[in-house]
Design a protein around this ligand. Structure first.
Ligand code: AMP
Length: 113
């Protein structure tokens, strides 16, 4: 059995977090180093390493992350916000357990850095 990822440990409440949402398939908690006034990470309980390793069998789960994002954004009072999933270190991925960032509460520039 491989060791749990950081985000599995948070999902399993073995590590602390400021959790704002959870259900049977995902959890969401505030980013420890927020890049916007609201910065929440939505993490599937299933530890998929990177977005490019998402399989067909995971399609419903990944779709679920987006409906969870809609609920969480409403809960946070956000109407306009950015949803980001980084794939690989050069794209900014630092935790290798997929997660959808919700960033909001300030105007966003495009393209991102
Ligand atoms: P990424 O760089 O896309 O992999 O995003 C990983 C995010 O996880 C970063 O924005 C980090 O600030 C955040 N992060 C790392 N460790 C924790 C933690 N223990 N609790 C909450 N957020 C974390």
């Amino acid at each position: 059995m491989s060791e749990k990822t950081l985000f599995q440990k948070i999902a399993d409440k073995e590590l602390p977090s400021d959790m704002v949402y959870e259900d049977d398939r995902c959890v969401a908690f505030r980013d420890i180093n927020p890049a916007a006034p609201t910065h929440v990470l939505i993490v599937p309980r299933k530890p998929i390493t990177r977005p490019d390793l998402i399989e067909e069998e995971d399609e419903a789960l990944v779709g679920h992350l987006f409906t969870a994002a809609r609920r969480i954004a409403a809960q946070e009072g956000l109407t306009d916000y950015r949803l980001v999933m980084n794939n690989g270190a050069d794209a900014g991925q630092s935790v290798f357990h997929i997660h959808l960032h919700i960033l909001g509460g300030r105007p966003m520039a495009w393209p991102p850095g």
